[in-house]
Write a protein that binds this ligand. Structure first.
Ligand code: BES
Ligand code: MN
Ligand code: ZN
Length: 502
């Protein structure tokens, strides 16, 4: 992980390889930039003018300094219209600056963030440091020729006035932990399905438990059957090579942090299909190409536990993953099969590609049986949600307004895009079956909603939120702190929801 520290010295006298200023379109140049420009004989402003630099998003001015005393290079990064700056603006800026520093082979970087409202808060510091850490993420373990990376030190420039906010060092520490956990989640998502199987995912969870002193248990297929999770078992039965593993991590507050009488037990459930071929209702070649990412929800909840264990909330937090591989095989479950869920409800499987909701239904019931007081579940559940909201936004479903609002607020603070969608009860008849209590698909319309309604049947009245992250689980391009591939979406939101920053 990158080392990020605060920088409070005069920018004209730094020896850094690179200083990056973030600038909004209409904003005046900050005093520090004017001073630096002056010390460079106005080279920066002349270059900016000559290149027609107007701080459009994505534009930049890059100047190698001819002066021996100051920074070796100065980069002005355009951030576009301030009003239009998205909530994740600071993370995008810091991530982009680190990427440019890497491209320019710098060993030391100083970031000068744009002046924004609340820009001098601990929260802003956190976002910048988090974005910087993630901007350095790469998944290159399978490249024979790696781009050699030296150490990069990052200084966050903080003006003389105002004074440092309270909790500045805690914010930096937290940013380092979150960026690290998000990177781990990205690694899990990017890992191919021949390497990341239910068993290796369970091994990873055991590793987290050992490093962070969490309790862990892993069930094999026989134990899953004994627990009555027959829907989940059915999904996994088509993979003879990679049988299912049910994973449970527990954080419990200790000592003085003993929970109060109104004990809160939060269960985080993540969809953990290490590969989704569709099963016998097999996907097309194009549809299957990315399906190693179908465990992004699991990656998020397991990685979030790393930070939870460090931040030590005063209530219990559990992570539950019903990991499996959805494959076609002589042993695979068939369209038309009927299974009894752990809850007792029977389900007719009409499409073996609607497998996520089957594994999650039993994981929800299992969590309820283990005294969950609230459940937050993340899953790459439906293509329909991607059609509805696009690739950057997750769908949020909850019958509990307070839970939904708190999750949405946490996501806003982290710049992760969530949009609440309705649990339209008129659509419930779509998942009624003629031969069982429920069926696992609806018709063509409202596919993200009918999936959510199916899951809601198993939550039975306890506060429950479902996040359909099929869109934002991955990115198809580099964008600041976001890199092509797994995004680690949800980790930051979960941490922020459970342990709000100051
Ligand atoms: N894992 C997929 C959903 C998905 C699609 C995630 C694309 C990420 C990218 C899920 O298991 C699935 O196959 N859903 C089906 C449901 C349908 C059969 C009712 C879908 O969305 O097509
Ligand atoms: Mn599927
Ligand atoms: Zn799936």
């Amino acid at each position: 992980m990158l080392h990020v520290e605060l920088h409070r010295r005069d920018l004209r006298r730094t020896r850094a390889d690179l200083v990056v200023f973030g600038l909004f379109k209409t904003a005046k140049w900050p005093a520090e930039l004017k001073h630096l420009d002056k010390s460079l004989d106005g080279l920066l402003s002349r270059r900016a003018k000559a290149e027609g630099f107007e701080a459009e998003a994505g534009s930049s001015v890059n100047l190698a300094s001819p002066v021996a005393s100051g920074p070796a290079r100065v980069l002005l990064l355009g951030l576009g219209e301030e009003k239009k700056a998205e909530r994740d603006g600071l993370k995008v800026f810091a991530g982009a600056a680190v990427s440019r520093a890497r491209d320019l082979k710098a060993a030391s970087l100083i970031l000068v963030p744009p002046a924004i409202k609340d820009g001098c808060s601990a929260g802003a510091l956190y976002s910048l440091a988090c974005g910087a850490g993630l901007g350095d993420y790469r998944f290159d373990k399978y490249l024979s020729k790696k781009k050699r990376h030296k150490e990069l030190t990052v200084g966050l420039h903080w003006p003389e006035q105002p004074a440092m906010p309270a909790g500045a060092s805690a914010a930096l520490e937290r940013a380092r932990r979150v960026a690290e956990a998000v990177s781990h989640a990205r690694d899990l998502v990017n890992e191919p399905a021949n390497v990341l199987t239910p068993e290796t995912l369970a091994r990873h969870a055991r590793d987290i438990a050992r490093r962070h002193r969490l309790a862990v248990s892993v069930f094999d297929a026989r134990r899953i059957a004994r627990e009555g999770m027959l829907l989940y078992l059915a999904v996994g039965q088509g993979s003879t090579r990679n049988p299912p593993r049910f994973i449970h991590l527990t954080y419990k507050p200790k000592g003085r942090r003993k929970p109060g009488p109104e004990t809160r037990r939060v269960f985080l459930i993540g969809k953990g299909m290490t590969f989704d071929s569709g099963g016998l209702s097999i996907k097309t070649a194009d549809g299957m190409m990315d399906m190693k990412i179908d465990m992004s929800g699991a990656a998020a909840v397991l990685s979030a536990m790393e930070v939870i264990a460090a931040l030590k909330p005063r209530f219990e937090v559990h992570a539950v993953v019903a990991a499996a591989e959805n494959m076609p095989d002589g042993h695979a479950y068939r369209p038309g099969d009927i299974f009894r869920s752990k809850s007792g409800k029977t389900v007719e499987v009409l499409n073996t590609d609607a497998e996520g909701r089957l594994t999650l239904a039993d994981a929800i019931t299992w969590s309820r049986a283990h005294k969950a007081t609230e459940i937050v579940e993340l899953s790459t559940l439906t293509g329909a949600c991607m059609v509805a909201l696009g690739l950057h936004t997750a769908g949020l479903f909850s019958a509990d307004d307070k839970l939904a609002e708190n999750l949405a607020a946490a996501a806003r603070a982290e710049g992760e895009d969530l949009w609440r969608l309705p649990l339209t009860s008129l659509l419930r008849k779509q998942i009624k079956s003629d031969f069982a209590d429920l069926k696992n698909i609806g018709n063509r319309y409202g596919g993200a909603i009918t999936a959510a309604l199916f899951l809601q049947e198993f939550a039975e009245g306890i506060p429950y939120a479902h996040l359909d992250i099929a869109g934002p689980a991955t990115s198809d391009e580099d964008r600041g702190h976001i890199k092509k591939g797994g995004r680690g979406f949800g980790v930051a939101t979960l941490v922020s929801y459970l342990c709000p920053l100051g």
